[in-house]
Design a protein around this ligand. Structure first.
Ligand code: PGA
Length: 237
């Protein structure tokens, strides 16, 4: 089945990086005969530029966050309509860095996912347990609660991303059997869901992760900033 490969640049990247990286990834994606969808999520300031660069290619653009509000006095925030106008097809919501550094609750994540759907965007809704929760045996129940409280109330296409907090940026990806168990558990709640795995995905482990039952794709942080690594991940699918 076609996979979804998403690169989350986080707060990294300048126009110079975009013009070095994006054409190389687009060229590589075009050279493969594959139905896989590649998504690049640069910072807000580069969205329109990257959307222009990927026009006519196999690559889509996503943002890393969105306001739950349609418009109004929300200084510094960006609405879903603005993202749509900038050329986005996707938006990441509820990334663990937003949940921990900005105290976002699952209720707020749900409101953002609903706002994304209302604007015609596909939300990529993130969830995952901490190391403490994994070690205490509560990973499945923690993620189940996040799923139930974060998915949109409106109907529409969305994607889930299982990202164990301790695996993000640590170089230590989750074990295949734990990924499979978690994805199976989420699928028991939402049988039709597309679920990505994220957390220290790189070219060297992408093949194994993408072949796990129930894994519909990957959400990649650090490795999405290097053309060779990201193309290696695309090639592994
Ligand atoms: P990482 O980040 O690939 O650098 O671990 C993943 C993410 O935060 O989405």
């Amino acid at each position: 089945m076609a996979k979804l490969i998403v690169g989350n640049w986080k707060m990294n990247g300048t126009a110079a990086l975009a013009s070095a990286l994006v054409p190389e990834i687009a060229q590589f994606a075009a050279s493969r005969r594959s139905d896989d969808e590649i998504v690049i999520c640069p910072p807000f300031t580069l969205l329109a530029e990257v959307a222009r660069q990927v026009q006519g290619s196999f690559i889509s653009v996503g943002a890393q966050d969105v306001s739950a509000h349609k418009d109004g006095s929300f200084t510094g925030d960006i609405s879903a309509d603005m993202l749509k106008e900038a050329g986005c097809r996707y938006v990441i919501v509820g990334h663990s860095e937003r949940r921990s550094l900005h105290a976002e609750t699952s209720g707020q994540v749900r409101a953002k996912a609903d706002a994304a759907l209302a604007a015609g965007l596909i939300p990529i809704i993130c969830m995952g347990e901490t190391l403490e929760q994994r070690e205490s045996g509560s990973a499945l129940s923690v993620v189940e609660a996040q799923v139930k409280a974060s998915i949109p109330t409106a109907s529409g296409d969305f994607v889930l991303a299982y990202e164990p907090v301790w695996a993000i940026g640590s170089g230590r990806n989750a074990h295949s059997t734990d990924i499979e168990d978690m994805h199976r558990h989420i699928l028991s709640l939402l049988p039709e869901a597309r679920i990505l795995y994220g957390g220290s995905v790189k070219a060297a482990n992408a093949g194994e992760i993408l072949s796990i039952e129930g894994v519909s794709g990957v959400l990649v942080g650090g490795a999405s900033l290097k053309a060779e690594e990201f193309c290696g991940i695309i090639a592994a699918s």
